[in-house]
Design a protein around this ligand. Structure first.
Ligand code: GLA
Length: 710
């Protein structure tokens, strides 16, 4: 122990992370804005000295990377285990520190009495300020060890942090932001639905009440995991706070035999003193540099046409060709054939699992349609829902025991389908083969939309064990195997919309289907919430039908288009419903999107602060020479004129030409500011500090401004 350093410091461009190694186990001493070399660890230690108070421990147990009950910690332990001996009271002592490079460190602690080893790996990304951290536990006994909880490293929070920004949601209304005051006790969110979930996104932002989108301290935490999970933020009675995220394990789900290990999913944590948009920029840069494959990053994101809301199950080759022709004329670049193409799939009650082209609909297979689509210059993509089976399918008739189930319990009904047991190798071998067969037969298929449309209610596998942990790993492996064999295929992660969006799945897929709701008003808040951790280029965003199929709302083509414009854009409707004016508007915005997608998909997102009347944001290029800003009026304002719009994030010392680029034809009651600004130049300073008077518009109008430094 004596030869180990008593502190480890990792630095990124804007943050310092100091791990105290003086105690028995390592813990975070400081994490926040970069400290200069003049600030020493001994200063921090002195300043952190706490007084003994009455009726309390003399020295509080540390909030170590895995706080342990064996250390006397009475908050939530970072590890909970049991065996026939005393594993439950796990303690530990640091025995090794490996610092591979300036950004990475690995700590190993051992409990020699209980023969359990704990490893923490931390990597602080220099440029993006994102910390990737995991905890592993190894059973060094000869007897089985039952693991009920092994959280990713626990992070104590700075004392000024007193607010929680959490995510709520449901199907077709994901990523709704909710602000909660930190309170005495635990803020706890758990997902037991088997996949990331619509309603319990595994992430949270903690901030100081004075923090807004542009200023102030905040911390983000996200668990990159697509199974069950738990997030805890606890304010302890003695005034300390911490955050702990990990995989939620069911009783008996994880048993380590001798010398076996379990590693938690990665925690992705970041700090910003530049407000919540600053925090998002850290995460967006991280995703761009680490999770998006270079082949995908370097290729402009093709504008999609997806058949779902246009046709549903009503497939017919001539109609599909006709649609492909019509959308190609609008500028669409990728045609995705959604649900309904495989054997017996004429509705959602049958066919899942039988991944063979339906010969009644496609007598010569998919070849002729793919060739036609390609001949129009469009890429071809195909929908799958591999992990599911309809009881009314050949697959289920032949293998009724291939599903997740528990003896004596009825499965709850859910979209007429059951979940396949991916922990059974025969199942994944079958799935690999059927998908591989189609991709090998049609190398022109460049894209898969990978769906997952039910919760996992009794996730018992063929061995009668709870299986979400192994099921999630098997799902990852299946994707990895298919990607290895078909590296040219991009994959979209969909689960009834945004039910499986996280960095675990994103590290092996290329796009997410943000939500089944194509309602532009709902999408503004869904995409805003999603943008906390995810950049625009992975966020599928489609122009839906004139009357939204999910909310019934009638929203203008201009607004629907403006909202989809800022994601990975597509359209999803029957193009035969379009009037010639709507077609014109769509072609215009698609070509505008193509012109600006490089900026949209690489720039820095600046969300303007919330207000009751509009949802506003901008995307500013790294060099601040070019920006796009969106004003989306959603409610009637309470004064005769709306307020001012501040173009935050521009360089104050640059001069910009300001232009309204969307809509191309805005009808107004009387001349407004929009006539004044056309082609005029303004300093970044006045655009940001003085702001532009907004025009009075109908609610549900979107404007897009372009700013170019001159
Ligand atoms: C899910 C998806 C939709 C569509 C349907 C097809 O609901 O989210 O986009 O693919 O399945 O059944």
């Amino acid at each position: 122990m004596s030869q180990l350093p008593n502190v480890i410091q990792l630095n990124s461009e804007q943050t310092s992370l100091i791990i105290d190694c003086e105690g028995k186990t390592p813990s975070v001493l400081y994490w926040g804005k970069s400290l200069s070399a003049a600030s020493s660890v001994s200063m921090l230690r002195s300043l952190a000295t706490r007084q003994e108070v009455k009726c309390a421990v003399v020295v509080e147990a540390p909030i170590s990377l895995s706080p342990l009950s064996g250390e006397g910690f009475t908050g939530a332990p970072g590890i909970e285990i049991s065996n026939d001996n005393s594993a439950w009271s796990l303690g530990g002592a640091l025995i090794s520190i490996k610092q591979q490079n300036a950004q990475s460190v690995e700590f190993v602690c051992v409990d020699n009495v209980r023969q359990i080893e704990i490893t923490h790996k931390l990597h602080l990304d220099k440029q993006t300020n994102v910390l990737t951290a995991s905890t592993a536990i190894t059973n060094r006994t000869t007897a089985p060890l039952n693991v009920t909880w092994c959280a990713a490293p626990t992070i104590p929070l700075a004392d000024n942090i007193n607010k929680i920004l959490s995510f709520e949601g449901r199907w077709s209304n994901e990523f709704l932001l909710n602000k909660v005051d930190l309170f005495l006790g635990s803020f706890l969110r758990e997902n037991r639905k088997g996949k990331t979930s619509h309603d319990n996104f595994p992430g949270v932002v903690l901030y100081d009440e004075k923090t807004d989108e542009h200023n102030g301290d905040c911390y983000g935490f996200h668990l990159g995991w697509s199974g069950n999970h738990r997030t805890r933020v606890e304010h302890l009675p003695e005034g300390r706070n911490y955050v702990q995220l990990g995989e939620l394990l069911m009783p008996g789900e994880l048993i380590l035999q001798a010398n076996e290990s379990y590693q938690s999913p990665n925690l992705y944590a970041s700090f910003s003193d530049k407000g919540i948009s600053g925090l998002s920029q850290n995460y967006h840069h991280f995703v761009r540099q680490n999770l998006i494959r270079p082949e995908v990053k370097n290729k402009p994101r093709p504008v999609h046409f997806n058949t779902w809301e246009g046709l549903y199950f009503d497939h017919d080759i001539e109609t599909l060709k006709n649609l492909a022709k019509q959308v190609s004329e609008l500028g669409i670049e990728r045609f995705v054939l959604d649900d309904g193409w495989f054997k017996g799939r004429r509705g959602d009650a049958a066919g899942l699992g039988d991944w063979y082209v339906d010969k009644d609909i496609y007598p010569e297979g998919l070849g002729p349609l793919i060739e036609y689509v390609n001949s129009l210059g469009l890429e071809f993509g195909l929908w799958f829902e591999p992990e599911m089976v309809n009881p009314d399918s050949d697959l289920f008739r032949n293998h009724p025991d291939w599903v997740l189930a528990t003896e004596g319990n009825e499965q709850l009904e859910f979209r007429n389908q059951l979940v396949l047991d991916l922990t059974n190798k025969e199942v994944t071998d079958y799935l690999f083969k059927v998908i591989d067969d189609i991709l090998s037969e049609h190398p022109q298929i460049k894209y898969i939309k990978w769906d997952n449309n039910r919760d996992y209610n009794h996730p018992g596998n063929h061995l009668g064990k709870p299986a979400i942990h192994l099921q999630t790993l098997a799902f990852y492996q299946l994707i990895d195997n298919l990607k290895t064999k078909h590296p040219q295929v991009e994959i979209e992660s969909c689960a009834s919309g945004g039910g499986r969006i996280d960095y675990g799945v994103l590290s092996r897929t290329d796009r997410v289907w943000t939500s089944d709701s194509n309602d532009a008003l709902d999408r503004l808040s869904i995409q805003r919430g999603c943008s906390i951790f995810f950049p625009s280029e992975i966020m599928g965003a489609h122009v839906g039908p004139r009357d939204c199929h999910i909310t019934g709302r009638h929203i203008s083509i201009e607004m629907r288009a403006a909202v989809a414009f800022f994601g990975h854009m597509g359209i999803e409707m029957d193009p035969r419903e379009l009037t010639s004016e709507e077609k014109q508007a769509l072609s215009e915005i698609i070509s505008l999107h193509k012109k600006h997608r490089c900026l949209i998909h690489s720039g820095n997102l600046v969300r303007l602060n919330e207000n009751p009347f509009s949802v506003d944001f901008g995307i500013v290029s790294e060099d601040r020479n070019h920006a796009l800003f969106a004003y989306n009026s959603v409610n009637e304002v309470n004064r005769t004129n709306p307020g001012k719009y501040r173009f935050v994030g521009l360089a104050i010392d640059k001069v910009y030409q300001l232009n309204l680029i969307w809509p191309t034809d805005l009808k107004e009651y009387s001349p407004s500011v929009l006539r004044q600004i056309e082609g005029q130049v303004f300093t970044g300073e006045v655009l940001q500090q003085f702001g532009m008077q907004l025009p009075a518009l109908f609610p549900q109008t979107s404007l897009i401004f372009e700013l170019k430094a001159v």
